[in-house]
Write a protein that binds this ligand. Structure first.
Ligand SMILES: [Zn+2]
Length: 138
């Protein structure tokens, strides 16, 4: 029986990169080192989804705008994040100060096997050279 793949070569949860190591991990790590940040609002959204999937609470808090950032964040250990679907974006690119990303995050409960989804239109702002998640909109 083949041994399970090491975590670093698994496909990235966000659906973009061939592996987590080459996709969202540098962002998750760089956020701490203060260099690599997501170039667009959608990229930040994807990396935040990955952070939910791999349990990077520090990244989620660090990329949350200080005005709306919660004091702490509890990740539901029973939820497996299975797939991210980006439905649409407005602005959120080069030279923009703000943007929105509409997404559906598909999850499954580890215990019951029950599937669910989180559908949200998220607002992002660009400040001090990086994108931040602000809040759900509408
Ligand atoms: Zn990724």
């Amino acid at each position: 029986m083949p041994s399970p793949e090491p975590r670093s070569t698994r496909p990235c949860p966000c659906g973009l990169g061939p592996s987590y190591a080459d996709c969202c991990r540098p962002l998750h790590r760089g956020r701490r080192a203060g260099d690599a940040t997501a170039a667009t609002a959608e990229r930040l959204m994807r990396s935040r989804y990955s952070a939910f999937a791999v349990g990077r609470r520090d990244y989620l808090l660090a990329t949350w705008h200080p005005a709306t950032r919660p004091g702490s964040l509890d990740l539901d250990p029973d939820l497996t994040w299975e797939r991210l679907e980006i439905r649409g974006t407005t602005d959120g690119g080069d030279g923009d100060r703000a943007g929105t990303v509409e997404f559906v995050a598909h999850h499954r409960d580890r215990t019951t096997g029950e599937r669910g989804e989180q559908h949200e239109l998220s607002a992002f702002v660009h400040e001090d050279g990086e994108w931040f998640y602000v809040a759900p909109r509408g």
